[in-house]
Design a protein around this ligand. Structure first.
Ligand code: NAD
Length: 497
């Protein structure tokens, strides 16, 4: 396969240092990518700044911007098969997921924000008519400028596309910094974007080491905003570095979400929903509802079904359409999951399914881990509190709905939750009591471009998607024009004429 490099100012720029890109399903090298140096990062920021201030991009009308983003969306769909295969190869995601979720949803985000940008940019007028002043206030939205988008490895193209669709529709120029583990599909996207006519410098993709990104990109005086999705420790570092130049940030961080399965839940739907919520993408989802809280009256029945279904899940090669669980992203990620299992044993927890590296010869060499269910987890145990980011569900019993809510809220994170009950009104009342940014009722993991997403508590701040997400990538200006009849506003009288 071809070697890759960062995309800066409309060109691929080779560097000195190379990093191997590993196929997580067999540990073999897929290709290499040249890493951007601190000078390259600086060059990308300069290019983005120039493109924001002087290039054709700031002169584009909203209709032209819309047109180019719709073309980009179509071009992604035209290459959907290739992109899905590349994503599965690089990230180990089952091809069924990349084909039906990651790639079409990436294209859809560009289409949605392109189609709505004229509506979102409408000026709001507020007329002031008081005893002391008559004035017209106009609230206008502007792009923020140069935006750094830092994304994780778990949804490489999709999370990058959310960020790109919003920030480009808003008129910014961007520097996208993907994870060095999974840069391939976003580098392909850069090629596509330049083919559909996105001017040079508007989209730069930097494959750079984390520390250098922190030191150079996040402190750079010419970067106006940082949109970060990733772990809490790195999020904290970025907040610190961004403070140097008082940058706007949004933080989409970790999670430890809960599913609440109530006494009156439709058990089959709840089992299906919980399987998706912990095992899709090998459990490497920020929203994974890895804490399942089950009403004690249905606990046995629910857990038996969940266990039976978990044991039928098919592990296998990511490019096989029959595969339901692929490998974890890396050996390091799997080692982390293994260490959580050791902790579970030390804390006396009951592993009722999985809990180990599979012995299957076909899976040797890959970073696979069995889908796992751990029982009797109390809210003070490590597995209940810490984000595992692997295919592990922790199960606990609740004696009442109040106890279920209190267990759900017993986490430092507040990203998402799901509630399973046939009584939708009761479920809606419970949803309001859960401290999390997204609550699904009788479903799980439905993301819509129309609906803002973002966590509470240590899961971060700011929103992605929807009008609220789009607004994060804009700044609001207030223009006040005096409207007093005699053209003598209050300020004229202050010094007495
Ligand atoms: P990570 O924090 O290790 O890395 C995220 C990105 O930050 C990568 O591109 C990485 O190279 C970069 N980075 C590393 N060090 C940096 C530094 N010092 N300065 C600037 N950038 C730096 O996260 P990850 O392991 O790629 O992803 C998993 C984490 O992401 C999990 O905690 C998960 O919950 C979280 N996540 C959150 C959401 C959400 O929407 N809340 C979505 C997906 C993933």
């Amino acid at each position: 396969m071809q070697e890759y490099s960062s995309f800066i100012n409309g060109e691929f720029k080779k560097g000195k240092e190379k990093k191997e890109i590993i196929n997580p399903s067999n540990g073999e090298v897929i290709t290499s990518v040249f890493l951007a140096s601190p000078e390259d990062i600086d060059y990308a920021v300069k290019s983005a700044r120039l493109a924001f201030e002087k290039g054709p991009w700031p002169e584009f009308s909203l209709a032209q911007r819309k047109d180019i983003l719709i073309k980009l969306s179509k071009a992604i769909l035209a290459k959907a098969k290739e992109l899905a295969e590349l994503e599965s190869l690089n990230a180990g995601k089952p091809i069924k997921e990349t084909t039906f979720m990651d790639i079409p949803s990436s294209a859809a985000s560009f289409r949605y924000f392109a189609s709505n940008l004229e509506n979102f940019f409408q000026t709001e007028e507020i007329n002031i008519n008081s005893q002391i002043a008559q004035a017209k206030g106009e609230l206008i939205r502007e792009p923020r400028g140069v935006v750094a988008l830092i994304s994780p490895w778990n949804y490489p193209l999709l999370i990058a596309s959310w960020k790109l669709a919003q920030s480009l529709a808003a008129g910014n120029t961007v520097i996208l910094k993907p994870s060095t583990l999974t840069p391939l599909t976003v580098l392909e996207l850069a090629k596509i974007a330049s083919k559909v006519g996105l001017p040079k410098g508007v989209l730069n993709v930097l494959v750079a080491k984390g520390e250098e990104t922190g030191k150079v990109l996040c402190t750079h005086k010419n970067v106006d905003m940082i949109s970060f999705t990733g772990s809490n420790p790195i999020g904290k570092k970025i907040i610190e570095s961004s403070a140097k130049n008082i940058k706007k940030t949004i933080m989409e961080l970790g999670g430890k979400s809960a599913s609440l399965v109530l006494e009156d839940a439709d058990i089959d739907s709840a089992v299906n929903g919980c399987l998706c919520s912990v095992f899709l993408n090998q459990g490497q989802m920020c929203t994974a509802t890895s804490r399942i809280i089950i009403d004690e009256k249905i606990y046995r029945q629910f857990v038996e079904k969940l266990k039976e279904r978990t044991e039928k899940i098919k592990l296998g090669a990511p490019l096989d359409f029959q595969t339901q669980i692929g490998p974890l992203i890396s050996k390091a990620q799997r080692d982390k999951v293994v260490s959580f299992m050791n902790k579970a044993k030390q804390e006396g927890l009951n592993i009722i399914s999985g809990g180990k590296i599979p012995e299957d010869k076909d899976l040797e060499g890959g970073f696979f881990f069995e889908p796992t269910l751990v029982e009797a987890v109390s809210p003070d145990s490590t597995l209940w509190q810490e984000e595992i980011f692997g295919p592990v569900a922790t199960l606990t019993k609740a004696a009442s709905t109040e106890e279920a809510i209190s267990f759900a809220n017993s986490s430092e994170f507040g990203l998402a939750a799901s509630v399973w009950s046939k009584d939708k009104e009761k479920a809606a009342r419970i949803a309001k009591k859960i401290s999390a940014g997204a609550i699904w009722i009788n479903t799980y993991g439905m993301f819509f471009d129309q609906l803002p997403f973002g966590g509470f508590k240590k899961s971060g701040f700011g929103k992605e998607l929807g009008k609220a997400g789009f607004f994060e990538y804009t700044r609001l200006k207030n223009i006040i024009t005096d409207q007093s009849k005699e053209a003598k506003p209050l300020v004229s009288y202050w010094y007495g004429f």
